[in-house]
Design a protein around this ligand. Structure first.
Ligand SMILES: [Zn+2]
Length: 243
């Protein structure tokens, strides 16, 4: 971490020079092969929060995740920015997975629950989150703990977002034609663990999540790294799929 007295920009510039030299030393063709094309398997849509840097938490490298992040990972079908990223990633980059990720300790969720006015365009941006909050008011107000209530709102927001994503025409075509998968997840800032909510294409035609259906939805954790995917089930057993 940069010391308070250190210039963060100068630090970032020198860290970048050291990083690029290190990567080139490790693999002399690393950057030149990236310069020719990109073939990321994942489109990541997450919050702008500095504690949820997708490439780092997924153990990925440059070129392995196409990314869109906005405040509170709100998915609005009329937002040209989000929808352009989705359409480009699906139609042209041809990603295999779309991962929508909410997170614990999200200021957008906490502020929405507290009905805090942020001013400017921020309250307009968070309209969708307030709609989700109001639609689930009874469930949310029954949760005593403020942090837990904010996590639940984050989950409901991801659920609403995956519905918008799977309703997108380009996404629907890719699901049908080449098996594109849409996932809803929550990242736990305090543990570093990404949790699969069993939403999106994991939900069957009768509306039941395949993850929930086998009874492990709340306790299942999936950890994806550069070389493999760790899947923790509620039985305490972990399986490792090596890429
Ligand atoms: Zn957030």
């Amino acid at each position: 971490m940069v010391a308070p007295t250190e210039d963060a920009f100068k630090h970032a510039m020198s860290a970048n020079a050291a990083w690029s030299a290190y990567k080139t030393h490790q693999n002399p063709s690393f950057f030149s092969s990236l310069a020719t094309s990109q073939k990321p398997a994942i489109l990541w849509i997450g919050c702008s929060d500095s504690r949820v840097p997708e490439t780092t938490i997924l153990g990925l490298q440059p070129g392995e995740a196409f990314v869109h992040r906005n405040i509170a990972n709100v998915i609005n079908p009329t937002d040209l920015n989000t929808m352009s990223v989705i359409e480009f990633a699906v139609r042209y980059v041809k990603v295999q997975h779309i991962i929508l990720c909410g997170h614990t300790n999200c200021a957008g969720c906490a502020g929405t629950l507290a009905s805090r006015e942020l001013g400017g365009v921020l309250d307009t941006w968070l309209t969708g989150l307030r709609t989700v909050r109001d639609a689930h008011e009874a469930e949310l107000s029954a949760i005593q703990d403020d942090a837990e209530r904010a996590v639940r709102l984050a989950e409901l927001n991801v659920e609403a977002g995956t519905r918008v994503i799977t309703a997108n025409k380009a996404v629907q075509e890719a699901i049908k034609e080449r098996g594109l998968q849409v996932h809803g997840t929550i990242y736990h800032v305090g543990t570093g663990i990404l949790r699969d909510l069993g939403l999106g294409t994991a939900v069957s035609a009768d509306g039941v999540s395949s993850v929930v259906a086998n009874g492990v939805a709340e306790k299942r954790e999936i950890v994806t790294g550069k070389h493999g995917v760790l899947d923790f089930s509620d039985a305490g057993a972990a399986s490792l799929a090596v890429k």
